[in-house]
Design a protein around this ligand. Structure first.
Ligand SMILES: Cc1ncc(COP(=O)(O)O)c(C=O)c1O
Length: 315
């Protein structure tokens, strides 16, 4: 039963249904994972206004549709309206805490190499508590992975596909077993791509630099947010370009960012200390701007937030 562990309601194929009611037959999931795509979205609780804010929902849904299109998945039009569905799901679940929302699009009854029109598509969204760690100053020790980042020639990193995550998972397992907190993957050219489930930024000589979208990475919503905040709020130059591994070692600051991870300072890479090994000044300012934007404390970024209507639980 869902009590206490799972949300009371899920969003399933266009409807909000009790957790218990969203079922599939076990055999219908065989092969479904190989083409499944997903999104991870955060919603933040603002205790002052008593509101839940879903951050950059439109951009996440746009990427979901793009991932589906690139994986040749067809969804009935009426099933895709999550712009209203997700805030409503938050309301129905009575959520008043920082939350992670996962959306997964997957075919059931899938056969190997089946055609899109032969598949039964499903779209499922669930919610789970996930406290923000934006106030946590701890910096991570990373290694550069011995695994190469998948490339556009194999499986596009621009598609947020479940299958791509085996690459990230292997790199992360390797790093943890070796005593590191996380990892950075290089692309097939030996240049910096991204973290296991995050994008990477460095600061050198006052310039914020991140690998360009051709470097084999996911076009992160948080990455886009950081670029925007750096340019418009901090007025510092931002470069999207190729980055070598050695440049990372020489950086004044390095940080990772992503929806679930939010922002993580990097203390060292391959045991080379970055800056003074703590959250750097540019990252600290960006983190504070990010925190205000996501939690609804900066009206300039209201267009990035979808606010759940009222927070009374409707059981
Ligand atoms: C491989 C990878 N890169 C980057 C990101 C960051 O993307 P976003 O900021 O849209 O969450 C993620 C997030 O899950 C990821 O899994």
């Amino acid at each position: 039963m869902s009590e206490g562990i799972y949300p009371r309601h899920l969003w399933f194929n266009g409807q909000i249904v009790p957790w218990e009611a969203a079922t599939l037959h076990a055999t219908s999931t065989i092969w479904s994972g190989i083409s499944a795509v997903f999104e991870g979205i955060r919603a933040y609780w603002n205790p002052i206004s008593g509101e839940m804010h879903v951050f950059r929902l439109h951009e996440h849904l746009t990427r979901l549709k793009q991932s589906m299109r690139l994986n040749r998945m067809e969804m009935p039009h009426e099933a895709i309206d999550l712009m209203e569905g997700l805030p409503e799901l938050i309301r129905r679940n009575g959520i008043q805490e920082d939350t992670y929302i996962r959306i997964i699009a997957f075919p059931s009854e899938r056969r190997m190499a089946s055609r899109a029109d032969e598949e039964v598509m499903n779209l499922l969204a669930d919610t789970a508590p996930l406290a923000s760690r934006l106030a946590d100053d701890r910096a991570a020790h990373l290694m550069v992975s011995t695994f190469t980042k998948i490339s556009d020639a194999i499986m596009s990193p621009l598609v947020k596909s479940i299958a791509n995550y085996r690459n990230s998972e292997r790199a992360m397992q390797e790093a943890r077993l070796a005593g590191y907190d996380g990892t950075i993957l290089l692309n097939r050219l030996g240049e910096v791509a991204e973290g296991a489930w995050s994008n990477v930024f460095m600061v050198r000589n006052g310039v914020l630099i991140t690998p360009d979208l051709g470097s084999d990475l996911l076009a992160g919503v948080t990455r886009d947010t950081m670029i925007h905040l750096a340019r418009t709020e901090l007025g510092i130059p931002v470069e999207e370009r190729r980055i070598s591994r050695t440049e990372l070692y020489l950086a004044d600051e390095v940080f990772l960012c992503g929806t679930a991870l939010e922002m993580q300072a990097v203390a060292s890479i391959d045991r080379f200390q970055i800056g003074d090994g703590t959250l750097g000044p540019v990252a600290r300012k960006l983190r504070s701007l990010y925190s205000a934007a996501v939690r609804g404390e900066n009206d300039d970024y209201a267009h990035w937030r979808s606010t759940a209507p009222t927070m009374q639980a409707a059981y």
